[in-house]
Design a protein around this ligand. Sequence first.
Ligand code: G6P
Length: 371
Amino acid sequence: SSAEKDGHDWFMRKEIFEQPRAVADSLIGRRTPSGLLQLDEMRLADEELRDVDKIIIIACGTSFYAGMVAKYAIEHWTRTPVEVELASEFRYRDPIIDSTTLIVAISQSGETADTLQAIRHARSQRAKVLAICNTNGSSIPRESDAVIYTHAGPEIGVASTKGFLTQLVACYLLALYIAQVKGTRFGDEIDEIMRHLEAMPDHIETVLGTADQVYGLAADHASTRSVLFLGRHAGYPVALEGALKLKELAYLHAEGFAAGELKHGPIALIEEGLPVLCVVPPKGRDHLHGKMLSGIQEVRARGARTICLAEEGDASIEPYADVLIRLPKVPVLLQPLVSIVPLQLFACELATVLGHDVDQPRNLAKSVTVE
Ligand code: G6P
């Protein structure tokens, strides 16, 4: 009923709007009074974490894209090598794992068969397994050595939204916790990132304020056959997730690309009027922003309609954006928490306009318990 959906038409839309609260809940109780990070339920001793010399993240679907963001964060903050692998591929390639490998299994439901089989394989090779999961007592955390629960609350829409954002939060917390234990980052740096994370619920609220603009955009694209998504760095998995949402809900051809790869193939797809959603990284010292900008110029010169998500105050993007959606100013590694939100709203609304059942997309299940 509409009461269960808080007056929204779909559970998915309700869950998108619950994200500020879900992110806030996932941050509760993570710091001691002296400001140190603590991950209570985690059950991995500091010595065990210090011994970890390789991390392999395994997941499926949207959770896999959270894992891609996690790789960037964990490697940057902890200097520990990280691989990210689709759970369905992992054990069939004879992966190199031993007792100093930490497997991080990310699963909203905790019941995905591909992920469960992958952790069983990892444990049989003596690796430690840490689950990041939204469902208390489900199979994946039960069969893991340690768990970080996300606190999204029950997610009913088949396409994951608040599950994804809270997985990102858990991944950042894990990365910072490892940095604290291994001493690869100073306490004041960790504290600064935590303060950015603690500001995120307000920032996400701000992005939700763009909903009407995004809905207008979705209505304009009701007859679109194909949409491309471009991102770089932590924005690359966001591009992939934005495309996945459109496939799942609007049944459209959609593809995400790393913007730097454009010239190596995908630019051949650009034709007059093709919508290209561009996740623009924040301006920083790393040249990412400038390189993204030239990618946007390239596709626009070939006729693409550029829909850009860029931080407030970034005027350099204005000449090249046919549509500009503003994001709050946040550090590049944390930007997925805000940049994915308009893409979720876009897919939800476009599917609604097309008359599809947003909560129960055809052929999909909320949790896939067969391999
Ligand atoms: C299914 C769902 C996806 C989800 C994936 C992984 O395919 O339709 O939305 O991302 O499973 O689910 P999990 O529960 O393991 O995160």
